[in-house]
Design a protein around this ligand. Structure first.
Ligand SMILES: [Ca+2]
Ligand SMILES: [Ca+2]
Ligand SMILES: [Ca+2]
Ligand SMILES: [Ca+2]
Length: 428
């Protein structure tokens, strides 16, 4: 189907649509960049495992979301970044940050008070991390200025007031960023995935000032990196997801924050979108999971604890899997997966970009260890809308795990309180 035959929801056409979900961008309309096409609409199942969505305004194009205690009251707050508008007209609303501060005096079940941090010029803030990089125990923000090939530092004064603390150049089109202490000096460092020059920039922190310590040269189109101690030698290693070669490269840390590429790489499915890490089977070896939007699967790649991984275990995810999050909802010491889905619903002449989300529960009687996924509505919108990023928290302290889902098309943060499962976020 040619691009021009699509009419995407509201005013966006596929050719101008820039999907800014969770570190991934769909540009233009080549077939490999188009969202998965489906003939049936999104799920309308709601109010069963999770309560029906409650939605809050979250900026012009909410994509990435982080939590952190930004005002020093020992409660977690949230920041949602509006990445870049989808109609091609840049304004200063691009790159705005919506700060949601936990407020104990609020009677709301979602007791967060919203305010907006606006940049002075339009910015493409594709991804961010919340971290105390300056060492004063206040949680700061580091955001990608993806259109300018830079990383921007926003320093927190301790009362959730953020000031511009400069920027640093990285590679071409920095799509995603993670933090960790690569050289074990108790200062938080950064790793930035640069999609268009196939590199990962390693930035080391010295007294709150960052410098480029290494540039990892990877295969084409890196889109995501995650960190963990893959070889159990107490330093933090990296895994890099490569979209075009559909594989994961492993980079082990020498202990000083210098990374070396391992000979073995690990295949994933077609058109991978997101990668997360965790210990899926609770054997104390960290594992990886990748959503493959081209073949509607999740690749589970189990770590052996020696820096190597087993070949992928493939589970079915339902159509157009993109963002992922994990927790043990059913308390069987195997992690379960929440997956955001996005797809075009195509009928003759018209396509709607939409989506939903799903829960895939562990099931020891299954050969893959997982039951079939069950889909739910992520929004109250009749046509659905495609989720960007998902985080799992217990927002109302009832021990049932809740979901926060950013919805760029509807400009909302969707909150779904857990109903059925008292779960845990990590292994026991
Ligand atoms: Ca460090
Ligand atoms: Ca290691
Ligand atoms: Ca494991
Ligand atoms: Ca489970």
């Amino acid at each position: 189907m040619s691009c021009k035959s699509h009419i995407v929801k509201n005013i966006w056409t596929v050719s101008s649509y820039i999907f800014l979900g969770n570190g991934i961008i769909f540009y233009g309309c080549s077939s490999s960049d188009s969202p998965f096409e489906s003939s049936t609409g999104p799920s309308n199942t709601s109010g069963t495992v999770f309560e029906s969505p409650i939605e809050f305004d979250a900026g012009e194009n909410p994509v990435s979301i982080v939590s952190g205690d930004f005002n020093g009251d020992d409660e977690s707050d949230l920041v949602v970044a509006s990445s870049r508008k989808q109609d091609g007209i840049s304004t200063t609303e691009d790159g705005s940050l919506t700060l949601l501060q936990y407020t104990s005096s609020s009677s709301s079940r979602f007791p967060f008070v919203s305010s907006t941090i606006s940049p002075t010029t339009e910015e493409w803030r594709q991804d961010m991390v919340s971290v105390d990089y300056s060492g004063d125990n206040n949680t700061d923000l580091v955001v990608t200025k993806t259109g300018e090939d830079k990383i921007k530092f926003l320093l927190n004064d301790g009362s959730a007031n953020f000031s511009d603390n400069g920027s640093i150049e990285v590679g071409d089109v920095p799509l995603s960023i993670i933090s960790g202490d690569w050289n074990d000096d108790n200062e938080t460092d950064l790793a930035v995935v640069n999609r268009d020059d196939s590199s990962v920039s390693i930035l080391q922190n010295s007294n709150g000032v960052f410098s480029l310590s290494q540039t990892l040269s990877v295969d084409e189109r890196p889109i995501r990196t995650v960190s963990g101690d893959w070889d159990a030698d107490s330093d933090i290693d990296l895994a890099v997801l490569l979209r075009d070669s559909t594989k994961i490269q492993i980079w082990l840390n020498s202990g000083t924050g210098s990374f070396s590429k391992q000979d073995s790489s690990y295949s994933v499915g077609s058109f991978p979108i997101d990668m997360i890490t965790g210990d899926w089977d609770c054997d104390e070896n960290l594992d990886l999971a990748v959503s493959n939007s081209g073949d509607n699967t999740i690749s589970l790649i189990f770590g052996k604890g020696d820096g190597t991984f087993a070949s992928e275990v493939v589970i079915n995810s339902g159509r157009g899997p993109s963002s992922m999050a994990s927790a043990d909802f059913n308390n069987d010491n195997n992690m379960d997966f929440v997956v955001g889905h996005r797809f075009l619903v195509s009928t003759p002449g018209v396509s709607l970009l939409t989506g939903d989300f799903s829960l895939t529960l562990s099931d020891t009687s299954s050969t893959t260890g997982y039951a079939s996924s069950v889909s739910f509505a992520a929004t109250t919108e009749e046509d659905g809308a495609s989720p960007a990023e998902i985080i799992i928290i217990d927002a109302d302290n009832d021990s049932k795990l809740d979901l926060l889902i950013t919805m760029p098309l509807t400009k909302k943060l969707s909150v779904l309180f857990g109903k059925q499962y008292t779960g845990s976020l990590t292994c026991p």
